[in-house]
Design a protein around this ligand. Structure first.
Ligand code: KG4
Ligand code: ZN
Length: 397
C-alpha cells in the first residue's frame, strides 16, 4: 500500500510518499520526500507569522504533491482532461470555500492527471498554528474526495514520538525504514519549538502527559535567546554552535554569566523556560554590546542550564514510572549536547534510548507517513472529514 503524508503545522511544508513493505514488523520505503522551509521568510518577524505561513503552504502544496507523485513515478497525465463530477465539485467547493486559489490549483492539477495508485492519506491536524494546519487538512480532505481514499488525521506530537522509533533498513533498498518496538512502559521527552512534554506510553497509542512547560517551549527559548544575540529565526542551531565552540575550548563561564536552572528541584515534572530567557536578557543588557567570546560563554551556560533541567526531570519521570525505554522527539532533539546528555542518562538508568535520525528530528513528512502507517497497522479507523485542533493534546490522540 502507498500512503501520502502531508505536514503543514508550522513553517515547513512537507510531503512524503511511502510504500509499506510486507511483513509483521512495520517497515516501508520512501518513494519521495520533500520539505520546503519558510524559515527565511519568517526571519524578519523573529518567529513564525501565521498568515504568511498559511499563504506559503497554500502556494506550495499542490505543486509539491505533484512533484512527489512524479518522483515516485505515480503521475500520469490523462489523455483527455476529465472534469470532476458535479457532486464532487460541490463538496470540493465546500471544503475549500475559503481558499479559491487553492481550489483552482487543485482542480487544474488533479483533473489533468490519472488517479495515482495512492491508497491512503495521513495529515497533521494538530497541534500547531490553525491557519497553517487548515491548508494541509483541507488539501488532504479534497484529495481523499477526488481519489476516493481513506484519511488519517495525525497528532504532530505523536509523530515526533513515532519517528524516534524509526531505524534505517537498507537491507532491501537504500530508502527503507523500519519501526522498532520499545519495551514498555516508555517515556517520551518531546522538545520542539511549540512544546516541551514528558509523556508516558503504556501501550499502542496510549499516551499520558506527565509534565509540560508552563510557559515557553525549549525550542522557543533557544530561538528567543538567539534573537537577543541578534541572530535570525530559528536561532536554536546557531546558539548550539556558539555553545559548542565554548565547550570545545574548555571555557569556564564567568560568574556573572551563571544562569538559573528553573524548577530543577520541584517535585512535579513540569518545566518553565521563560525565567531562564529573562536571565539571559538581563545579562545581555548588563554587558552590551557582547563580544563574540561573551556570546559563546552565555550560549554555553544557557545550553547547559536547559540540558540540566531536561535531564533531571526526565530522570525523575523514569523513576516515577519505572520506564524501560526513553524516546526523544522534536526539533531540539537535533541538539548534539542534549542528545549526548540523554544518552548518558539512559546508560546510567539502564534503559533503552531511541533518538530520531538526525535528518528526521525537525518537522518532516516521513514522521507523518510513519504515524499514518502505524495507525493503519494498529487498526485505527479512517475518517471521512477532518477536524483541525491547534491545541490537540497527545492524551486524546
Ligand atoms: O519540531 P520542530 O521542527 O518544529 C515544531 O514542531 O516546533 O522544532 C523546531 C525547533 C526550533 O525552535 C529550533 O530552533 C529548534 O527546534 N532546534 C534546535 C536545534 N535544531 C532545531 N534547538 C537547539 N539546538 C538545535 N541544534
Ligand atoms: Zn514539530
Amino acid at each position: 500500500m502507498i500512503l501520502l503524508a502531508i505536514e503543514t503545522s508550522c513553517d515547513e511544508t512537507a510531503i512524503a510518499l511511502v510504500k509499506r513493505r510486507r511483513g509483521k514488523q512495520l517497515s516501508f520505503d520512501v518513494l519521495s520526500h520533500k520539505v520546503l522551509s519558510q524559515a527565511t521568510l519568517h526571519a524578519e518577524y523573529g518567529g513564525v507569522f501565521p498568515t504568511l505561513a498559511k499563504r506559503e503552504h497554500a502556494k506550495a502544496l499542490p505543486q509539491l504533491i505533484a512533484h512527489a507523485l512524479e518522483e515516485a513515478d505515480l503521475l500520469f497525465e490523462r489523455v483527455q482532461e476529465k472534469p470532476i463530477g458535479m457532486a464532487k465539485r460541490e463538496k470540493l467547493t465546500s471544503i475549500l470555500f475559503r481558499e479559491p486559489e487553492l481550489l483552482r490549483a487543485l482542480t487544474v492539477l488533479f483533473q489533468g492527471i490519472q488517479k495515482p495508485t495512492v491508497d491512503a492519506i495521513a495529515v497533521t491536524v494538530g497541534p500547531g498554528l490553525p491557519p497553517a494546519l487548515y491548508i494541509g487538512a483541507n488539501v488532504a480532505e479534497a484529495l481523499s474526495l477526488i481519489w476516493d481514499i481513506p484519511l488519517y488525521p495525525i497528532n504532530h506530537m505523536e509523530a515526533h514520538i513515532i519517528v524516534g522509533l524509526l531505524e534505517k533498513d537498507a537491507q532491501k533498498s537504500s530508502t527503507g525504514y523500519k519501526l522498532q518496538e520499545p519495551k514498555r512502559p516508555a517515556i517520551a521527552l518531546l522538545i520542539s519549538g511549540g512544546h516541551t512534554e514528558l509523556v508516558r506510553i503504556t501501550g499502542a497509542r496510549s499516551y499520558h502527559i506527565l509534565g509540560e512547560t508552563k510557559d515557553d517551549a525549549v525550542g522557543e527559548a533557544f530561538d528567543k535567546v538567539a534573537r537577543l544575540f541578534g541572530l535570525p529565526y530559528p536561532g536554536g542551531p546557531m546558539i548550539s554552535k556558539l555553545a559548542e565552540k565554548a565547550r570545545n575550548e574548555n571555557v569556564i563561564p564567568d560568574k556573572v554569566f551563571v544562569l538559573p536552572r528553573p524548577m530543577l528541584h520541584t517535585k512535579d515534572l513540569h518545566f518553565s523556560m521563560s525565567g531562564l530567557k529573562t536571565s539571559v536578557l538581563t545579562k545581555v543588557k548588563a554587558h552590551e554590546p557582547l563580544s563574540e567570546k561573551q556570546k559563546e560563554m552565555l550560549a554555553f551556560e544557557f545550553e547547559n542550564a536547559v540540558t540540566d533541567v531536561l535531564v533531571h526531570k526526565t530522570k525523575n519521570a523514569l523513576y516515577e514510572t519505572r520506564a524501560q525505554s526513553l524516546i526523544i522527539g522534536g526539533g531540539v532533539s537535533a541538539n548534539k549536547h542534549i542528545r549526548e546528555a540523554l544518552k548518558d542518562l539512559a546508560l546510567e538508568e539502564k534503559c533503552d534510548i531511541y533518538l530520531p535520525l538526525s535528518n528526521l528530528a525537525g518537522d518532516n513528512g516521513i514522521m507523518i507517513a510513519a504515524t499514518g502507517l502505524y495507525h493503519i497497522h494498529t487498526g485505527v479507523k479512517p475518517k471521512r472529514t477532518l477536524t483541525v485542533n491547534g491545541n490537540w493534546r497527545i492524551n486524546t490522540a
